[in-house]
Design a protein around this ligand. Structure first.
Ligand code: 4NP
Length: 158
């Protein structure tokens, strides 16, 4: 039986934690489950901002995940300094998320703080904020996080 400490822990991070990072969390969890690897991971998501703490994901994120058969169940939460001790990987969506995370990362933290898009085999590094656009932006994000999930697992040798 695995415990939290021997699992690979991954926190997906965006700005509001209602659009991109809960989608990344849901898609990565779905991918891991399909591969029979659920017991090897601890997966969650959070936002650098606190505007949407306690909120359900954006209706467009829920719509796109459901359309692709990916279950999603999350409430908004904000990244905290303690997350840098709790997680092996903090995988974020854009350069603004990355600089916000690096500005609060404790010097002693061994966590890897990276763009999730670094693992996209098609090389699309930035997962753009879809909030002010249409559902097509969310569909685009979905394809990106699907590719990056597979690329990240490959990187881990899974
Ligand atoms: P997310 O998108 O960072 O992908 O969750 C956003 C959600 C909310 C806001 C901005 C981006 N907002 O300004 O409230």
């Amino acid at each position: 039986m695995s415990t939290t400490s021997d699992r690979i822990s991954v926190l997906f991070v965006c700005l509001g934690n209602i659009c991109r990072s809960p989608m990344a969390e849901a898609v990565f969890r779905h991918t891991v489950k399909q591969k029979g690897l659920s017991a090897e991971f601890h997966i969650d998501s959070a936002g650098t901002a606190g505007y949407h703490v306690g909120d359900y994901p954006d209706s467009r994120t829920i719509q796109v995940c459901k359309a692709h058969g990916v279950s999603i169940n999350h409430r908004g939460q904000q990244v905290s300094v303690s997350d840098f001790a709790k997680y092996d990987y903090l995988l974020c969506m854009d350069d603004s998320n990355l600089s916000n995370l690096m500005s609060i990362k404790p010097a002693s933290s061994k966590a890897k703080v990276q763009l999730f898009g670094e693992y996209d085999p098609e090389g699309e590094r930035i997962i753009e904020d879809p909030y002010y656009g249409g559902v097509d932006g969310f569909e685009h994000n979905f394809r990106q996080v699907t590719r990056a999930s597979l690329g990240f697992l490959q990187h881990l040798g899974k």
